[in-house]
Each structure stands twice: as structure tokens, then as C-alpha cells.
Design a protein. Sequence first.
Length: 292
Amino acid sequence: MVSQLKALYDEQGFVVVPGLLTSEQQQELRAACERVVALTREGKWPHRRTVGKQFPPYGDDNPDSWGVQHLMHPGLGEPAFAKWYTSQPLSEVVKELLVCQEEDLEMELFNLLINPLGHNFALRWHRDDVHEKATEDEEREALGKWHFGVQWNTALYLDSCLYIVPGSHMTPRTPEQRKHSETMEPPTDPHAMPGSLRLTLEPGETVFYNSNILHCATYDCAERRATLHANMGNVQGGSTRARNVLQHGLKWMKEEAFRESLDGNAKGKAMLDRLVDMQGRSVGDVGYSLGG
Ligand SMILES: O=C(O)CCC(=O)C(=O)O
Ligand SMILES: [Fe+2]
């Protein structure tokens, strides 16, 4: 029997969960975010999502940023991020949604999504790991094997940037949905996508979603955003997660300095070992999922 939460997640492709941060954690994470955002905006943290570039590699063509990459990187020196990423209430939800055990949890990405400062920006309609030109059969196949990871956004401030099409994690696009998602251009009106829904998260709320659900996002430079954006895998999925995760450049996670930064966090170290193992087993250049 699956839980109610898991049943809803399976049906909709997303589920909103409150209360995965205590108010102290929220304060602590807001303060840590302020510091890393300042560093990024001052040009002192190179691992960022650059305005003008929707998907990796993000490059460096614009000084404005819409995200800070690699929050657990020892170079940022902010232990609050790894502490929260490996915290038990969060793991409990992930295990429920992935139907797996503690010893299956694989550490993956942990980034921060922020408002750009000088320009509004947006992401086109996409599925994170299915190419926009995929045929109906390719789409069906890709969606059919996407059960070994879960992604989430945790808002530290009110956030209504993300739009999704509920249920679209299970079915190939309709011809009309394809028209809205084959283009490299972000939508001028996200509501024009059939079945779309704008998600609003209150501070402290988390949306867990299947990252191959059809989704897009709009970023208003006048509205503060600091939303924790992460995913976690089930090691039983083998290398199915490889491209989605490794295209973000995770060499630093294999280095000793990161392992050392997890001293005292045996669970985090074990989760990291599973990622490194998976990486070792995936052969060759994984490439990038999407263009744009
Ligand atoms: O800004 C968001 O909430 C979504 C980001 C996203 O879809 C992506 O990075 O692929
Ligand atoms: Fe995405």
C-alpha cells in the first residue's frame, strides 16, 4: 500500500509539503543564502546560473545571475546547507516518494534559485531530462523509467515562479503542448500552455516534483527569491540519473575537501559514496539534456 502522499505525487507529478524547516533552520538558511547570493553577485562565486542561459552549461556571458550552484561546496563554507539536505524530516519524505530505504539514498544536486537583479528572465517549457524534439515514443520511454529520483523547491520567501502541467509526467505531450514546448523561447504567457498551473509556495513550503513533468518558470527581478532547489536519488536506479545529475559538473564532490566538510555527518558521507559509485559506473561523456 502506498501512502496518501505518494499516491498524490504519482497522480499529479508533484506534491506540496509544509514544515520541513524549523523556524531556526529557516533563519539560518536565509542568512547563509544572503551570504552566498552576495558573493555570487559580487562576481566572487563562479558557479552560478547566468541570466540569458536557461540550461547547463550556464557560461559567463552576463553578470546577472538567477541561481547559485553547489551550495554544499566547501569553498562556500556554509555547513547549514549539507546539514539540512541530510536532515531526517526531509529524508523521510524522499524515502516515501521514492519507496526506498535510508541505505538507498544518493546525494545529488543542491542549488539555490534567486531573482536576477537587472532583468526579468524565464525558462521555456521543458522536461529536465527529455529533449524538446523527442518523438512521442522516445518521450514515453523516458517517462517510463524516471522513478529513481525526486526534485524539490523549498521557498525561503514567497515564491510563485514555477508553472507546471499536472499529470504531464506520465504522458507524452499533446500536439498543442508540443507546440508550446518545442521552441527555445520562454513563453510570453505561461497560461497559454494547456493544463498549466502556477504554483505558489509560502515561505517554508516545499514542492516535490518529478523533474520530467512539463514545467517552466518566470523570474521577476523586483521580487526577492531564495528557493532551495535540490534532488536526491535512489541508488537502485543505477546510472539512470547520470546525465541529469552529472551535467552540472560535480568533480568537486569527489574531492577530499568535500568529504572532510561532512565530518560528523556519517549519513551524508554514505549518501555521497553512493553518488561517487554511480558516477564511477556511468561510462563516457554524459553530455547535456537540453539546449537553450
Ligand atoms: O525556477 C524553477 O523553479 C525551476 C528551475 C528549472 O526548471 C530548471 O532549472 O530546470
Ligand atoms: Fe527544469
